[in-house]
Design a protein around this ligand. Structure first.
Ligand code: ZN
Ligand code: ZN
Length: 374
């Protein structure tokens, strides 16, 4: 960060102050003195889910990363509820987010680089007019082709006011608790949903493991995933940003991925992009080998251990080469593979075999590590 700090963005700062102060004073005060109806809590949780998913499924995975395609009704719903989270329009958000991926950790260019500190990555980057947070529309040349994105960009502020005040008030009058609904489903929901998204920029670049890549600060953390609709598997996400999943294992808590799959099942989404399993395993093994070989180089390990490790590494490289050749064969086979069932099946089984080989290798590597540590 440069020595001279840019000027404070007063409108944003005052807004954050008022919203967060109201959330920690007005909201509990009303709860203690008047109490909240069950309906107000239901409104809070319902709108909390919709705004959160609007950001993760819509802003992030659909528009910033194009990890799937969505039909018009779904795009409208995502644009409205994502906008309700008050994190700027899709057009601005996606432009900044793509820059974050391209220049991750770079203090000059990453809009919310964690290298400038936890607070900067969480909110600080928005309260001053940092040059890196200017939206660069050249990064999102595809988005103007989506009329929903442009409509939302144009009417963003009307949408923000109508949705954040209008929806809670309307719901409140419907159930006879307008102030309660406005405070819980409006104020508290907005403040909470903002912080939970900001955690992805701060916590998910600080606290967790890096199984897929150590080239940047992004980490995987199941606890953060619980708070962020599945976006806590951030190390995976930075390694494979075009995958519609962040929690790639079936058991990993990633509601955004389940919602996308549900939408696909309902015919509202299609062309879901997945990283081939082989590539995912290759990244993990590659990292493990790098660490183990570094350790072997430092000495202090039995020669047999080092030999076995080198054999395994050679084996790994051979498997990767075979996979690349198979990929080329698949491209060459092109349409004939679809027509010729035998070729298609043969390619598929070969890919499965290579997947299996990597899986077994990971088990052996684990045993090797245990043998050495134990
Ligand atoms: Zn990130
Ligand atoms: Zn991303």
């Amino acid at each position: 960060m440069s020595e001279r700090k840019p000027p404070i963005s007063w409108d944003t700062t005052i807004f954050f102050l008022v919203l967060n102060l109201a959330a920690v004073t007005l909201v509990p005060w009303w709860g203690i003195t008047q109490g909240y109806s069950g309906w107000a809590w239901a409104g809070f949780f319902g709108l909390f889910a919709l705004t959160g998913l609007g950001i993760t499924v819509g802003y992030h995975r659909l528009w910033a990363h194009r990890s799937f395609k969505a039909r018009l009704p779904l795009r409208i719903v995502l644009a409205v509820f994502g906008g309700m989270a008050l994190q700027n329009s899709i057009y601005n958000w996606a432009a900044r987010h793509r820059v974050h991926h391209r220049h991750v950790d770079d203090v000059e260019h990453d809009p919310h680089s964690i290298k400038s500190g936890f607070w900067h990555a969480h909110m600080g980057w928005m309260v001053r007019r940092w040059p890196a947070s200017e939206a660069d529309y050249s990064k999102v040349p595809d988005l103007p082709h989506d009329p929903v994105v442009m409509w939302q960009h144009r009417y963003y502020w009307s949408l923000v006011w109508i949705s954040n005040i209008g929806i809670p008030l309307a719901l409140g009058f419907l159930v006879g608790d307008p102030i309660g609904m406005l405070l819980l489903a409006g104020v508290l929901r907005l403040a909470a949903s903002q912080h939970f998204t900001f955690f992805i920029n701060s916590l998910a670049h600080t606290w967790g493991k890096r199984p897929y890549s150590e080239e940047n600060t992004a980490v995987d953390n199941g606890l953060i995933a619980l708070l962020t609709w599945g976006e806590g598997y951030h190390n995976y996400h930075h390694a494979f940003q075009n995958d519609y999943r962040n929690g790639v294992r079936w058991w990993q808590y990633d509601p955004s991925k389940w919602v996308i799959r549900l939408c696909a099942w309902l015919g509202l989404a299609h062309d879901l992009r997945r990283t081939p399993n082989f590539k995912i395993q290759r990244a993990r093994l590659d990292l493990q080998f790098r660490k183990l070989r570094e350790r072997a180089e430092k000495g202090n390990v039995p020669p047999t251990w080092r030999e076995t490790l080198e054999q395994e590494y050679q084996h790994f490289k051979d498997t990767v080469t075979e996979w690349q050749q198979l990929q080329m064969r698949r491209v060459e086979a092109g349409k004939t593979a679809v027509r010729d069932r035998w070729v298609g099946t043969e390619l598929r089984t070969s890919f499965k075999e290579l997947d299996y080989r990597l899986k077994m290798q990971r088990l052996r590597l684990r045993a090797l590590l245990a043998a050495f540590s134990g």
